[in-house]
Ligand binder design. Structure first.
Ligand code: ADP
Length: 323
């Protein structure tokens, strides 16, 4: 391998820039050249590719979003589109690919690597933390801290007006942001997709956690078809438990922005450097993760299985501490 292509794809996440910087610098340090591919797989298909030197990644470790831009690319879902992508890679002399993105982006990398003889390495870049085999993903910690900030502020109003607030957070079909956001902000409950079929989480919350004697309550709801979102629960409370003063706040895209936390910058730097080590060792079709503070290689098939477990003890902690 002589030349690495790097791209960011799917939803952006704080710390993606730190990862781009790490991959670029580690590659150059190891005598490889680097090409930045713009707008995710789209840039591979259209040939929007530029040589990266060390200074191209200066002064970006602290910046949210991604300097490479990101996009969703329909063409890459088709064999013809991927053929064009491969042809462009060859034309540019790129012989290995580092993909920073979420579940969808790594699924694309897996298929691409199966079809063509190209080593692909994935880095977990998503605020949702829903990739299996890594303790956390790049962007998750920053998003969690953004949620805390927001909930702390909402708490002021909730307390002053004695209201019940449903705060909707991101996470796609994973409840990590909602559950850990709830614990960290001292919220009364979290409604998460992992338990959507097991119990009626609203009923449980009303029964266990919510007493009228409390002068406010905040419930974090993971945005997901499985939970139905915060609006759904607010409607239910109005219908089933009238008498509560209910409000909804949807945090939305503000959760995806901002300067990455120290945790996310270190994670991104470590994973980015490890991606180059992996390529030098001849690894392919793996996501780089951190497990128990060690760098690990997780086969794509495992990483994207979408069944990263929620720790039961965290669910209990939230329940116990919200009495
Ligand atoms: P994320 O990486 O944040 O989960 P998406 O699910 O939107 O984001 O995926 C990002 C891009 O990855 C898609 O627009 C597409 O180009 C590519 N991709 C996703 N799934 C596949 C797939 N099964 N085959 C090929 N490409 C895919």
């Amino acid at each position: 391998v002589k030349c690495i292509g790097i791209l960011t794809s799917g939803g952006d996440a704080p710390g993606m820039n730190a990862a781009i910087r790490a991959v670029t610098r580690a590659a150059i340090y190891n005598g490889l050249s680097v090409k930045g591919i713009y707008r995710g797989y789209k840039g591979l298909v259209t040939g929007e590719i530029k040589e990266f030197k060390s200074q191209n990644v200066s002064n970006i470790i602290q910046v949210g979003g991604t300097i490479l831009k990101t996009a969703r690319c329909k063409e890459f879902m088709t064999p013809e589109g991927r053929q064009t992508a491969y042809d462009n890679m060859k034309k540019e002399g790129i012989d290995a690919l580092v993909v920073i993105g979420g579940d969808g982006s790594l699924s694309g990398a897996r298929i691409f690597a199966q079809e063509f003889d190209i080593p692909c390495i994935g880095l977990p870049g998503t605020i949702d933390n829903d990739l299996y085999g890594t303790d956390t993903t790049i962007g998750y910690d920053t998003a969690l801290n953004t949620i805390l900030d927001a909930v702390d502020k909402i708490r002021d109003t909730a307390t002053s007006h004695e209201r019940l607030f449903f705060v909707e957070v991101m996470g796609r079909d994973a409840g990590f942001l909602a559950l850990n956001g709830a614990i960290a902000s001292g919220a009364e409950a979290a409604i998460i997709p992992e338990f959507s079929t097991e119990v009626d989480q609203l009923e449980e919350f009303i029964k266990n956690g919510f007493r009228k004697s409390k002068n406010s309550s905040i419930v974090l709801v993971a945005e997901s078809e499985l939970t139905g979102g915060a609006m759904h629960y607010a409607e239910r409370v109005k219908n089933e438990y009238p008498g509560y003063d209910v409000r909804v706040t949807i945090l939305g895209h503000l959760q995806r922005g901002g300067s990455p936390t120290a945790h996310d910058r270190i994670l991104a730097s470590r994973l980015g450097a490890a991606a180059i080590d992996a390529i030098m060792e001849g690894q392919r079709n793996v996501m780089i993760g951190i497990d128990h503070d060690e760098v690990v290689y997780v086969p794509f098939t495992k990483a994207i299985k979408n069944d990263k477990p929620i720790k039961k003890d965290l669910v209990n902690v939230l329940r116990e501490l919200s009495i």
